[in-house]
Every structure is written in C-alpha cells, then in structure tokens.
Design a binder for this molecule. Structure first.
Ligand code: ZN
Length: 132
C-alpha cells in the first residue's frame, strides 16, 4: 500500500460518521475494509474500554470475528477508525502508545466535524480520498 493516501468510498465514509455520531459521547471504533487499497465498508466494533468516553478498545472476539469475516470475503483491512467525541482529529498520546496496526488510523474529531488519518505511532499524516 502506498503511504500517502487513504482511499474510501463515500458510503464507507458516511457509514463511519453515522456510527461515530450515534456512539457519542462514547468513543467509537471500527474497521474499514475493502479491496485494492480502497475501503468499501465501515464495520463498527463494540468499544469495551472501561472509560469509553475517553478511550477505545475493540472487543477482542468481535475484532477476531470481523477479521475472519474479511478474510472469508476476500477483503483487506484498509484502516482502523475511531472517534474523539469532544476533541480534535489528532492522535492522542494513548493512540500513539497503543498503536500496532500497519494500516492508517483514521480519527474523527466530532467536535470539529473533521477526520484525519495517520500512521501510528509515528504520526505521519495520510491524505484522505473519498471516492463517489
Ligand atoms: Zn484516539
């Protein structure tokens, strides 16, 4: 995958926004899955963080089931996404410390109505391309 741009379809983009707005004031988390480097669907996951208004932790069994479902459907995990319900779309210190996926992290800042994507833990910003 190129390092410069995160591609997702408009329907995946809008589905992620809907999920995260509905989850507020808790943080929401999910997978963006698709093919050929472009996310086609947003798959919400339960946030089981003990303080879900300030952190996220994808429920492990749901995450495993989602990964298996993606494999079975021939889909790849294109990005991880989560929200900052009261904050900006930049990675927190916790986001950097706990990062381990080798795909971009797409962060939605609900308070500013924006999303940004980053490689973590490094913090290099990735452009976002929303396709029709
Ligand atoms: Zn975060």
């Amino acid at each position: 995958m190129g390092r410069g741009v995160l591609c997702l379809t408009r329907s995946a983009w809008e589905a992620a926004w809907r999920h995260l707005r509905a989850a507020a004031p808790a943080e929401g988390v999910g997978l963006l899955v698709g093919k050929e480097g472009c996310a086609q669907e947003a798959w919400p996951l339960p946030n089981v963080h003990p303080e879900p208004e300030v952190g996220y932790r994808a429920e492990p069994e749901a995450l495993l089931a989602a990964l298996r479902r993606a494999d079975a459907a021939g889909l790849e995990v294109v990005a991880l996404y989560h929200s900052h319900p009261a904050g900006l779309a930049y990675p927190s210190a916790t986001d950097r410390r706990e990062a381990y996926w080798r795909v971009p992290y797409l962060i939605f800042g609900l308070a500013e109505g924006r999303a940004r994507a980053f490689w973590l833990p490094g913090g290099e910003e990735v452009g976002i391309e929303v396709r029709p």
